[in-house]
Design a protein. Structure first.
Length: 249
């Protein structure tokens, strides 16, 4: 398979030789079920204003949000503006009689209470924490991500969380990784693995910074971008075969 190795390993096994000392995880779409959280929070928020969440409305919101977050990654918009801009556009396109700022405040509060993890996430994190240091790295709004992370089942396994909204720079900017490495105590880059679902922020940022990357790709999406991730996995448990080289002695 070359460098894009996808391995499978049992959670229990013989002694392991560690290739990495730190594993840096992205949050949404990698460990947290953001699609569920987003839809649930949006449905709850709009419902409180008397608006039903139709498939068309949800699809429109998703497209707007993805576009704005991409602009955020490129430094074209800040998180404060992003908060309300997505709802200004959505409400304008559908001619809804609600206040975008009020919707934004309600949505952010609701989203912060959604802590559902992806399948295998809690078990894999708990296992990896016994042999590796873990850091959570997220491009997100601080008051959302802090509440979700601090109330989650995996919080105790992580040394820290780096949130773009708090440090003023987002993945893939090298300044983000400078801060992450400072929080880790400056390990050798060869000893750090970045795991995430985003090619544009996690993979591109990690590769540009000189660290190995692992693309979590559960949908088996085509990767037409460069540089290529060091590894590709479709299930979180496949990460174990990458970071734990089982001893045959």
């Amino acid at each position: 398979m070359g460098s894009q190795m996808a391995g499978r390993a049992d959670l229990e096994g013989p002694q392991a030789v560690k290739q990495y000392s730190w594993i840096v995880f992205d949050a949404d779409g990698t460990l947290f079920d953001f699609e569920y959280a987003e839809r649930t929070a949006l449905e709850r928020t709009l419902g409180s204003f008397g608006v039903g969440l139709s498939p068309e409305l949800y699809a429109a919101y998703r497209a707007i949000s993805i576009e704005l977050w991409s602009r955020f990654e490129r430094g074209e918009i800040d998180s404060q503006r992003l908060r309300t801009a997505r709802f200004e556009r959505l409400i304008g396109d559908f001619r809804l009689d609600v206040n975008p700022s009020e919707v934004s405040v309600h949505y952010i509060h609701s989203l912060g209470s959604e802590r559902r993890l992806l399948p295998e996430a809690e078990r894999i994190v708990e296992h990896l924490a016994t042999g590796f240091r873990l850091l959570l790295a997220t491009n997100g709004i601080a008051d959302v991500q802090r509440r979700r992370f601090d109330g989650s089942a995996i919080r105790r396994h992580f040394a820290d969380i780096v949130i773009s909204d708090e440090i003023g720079v987002a993945k893939p900017d090298p300044g983000y990784f400078d801060e992450a490495f400072a929080r880790m105590g400056g390990p050798a880059r060869s000893k750090v693995l970045m795991v995430g679902d985003s090619l544009s922020s996690d993979m591109a940022g990690g590769a540009a910074y000189g660290i190995d990357t692992c693309w979590f790709n559960p949908g088996d999406l085509h990767n037409g971008s460069a540089p290529r991730p060091t590894y590709v996995i479709s299930r979180l448990r496949e990460l174990l075969a990458i970071v734990e080289q089982k001893s045959t002695d």
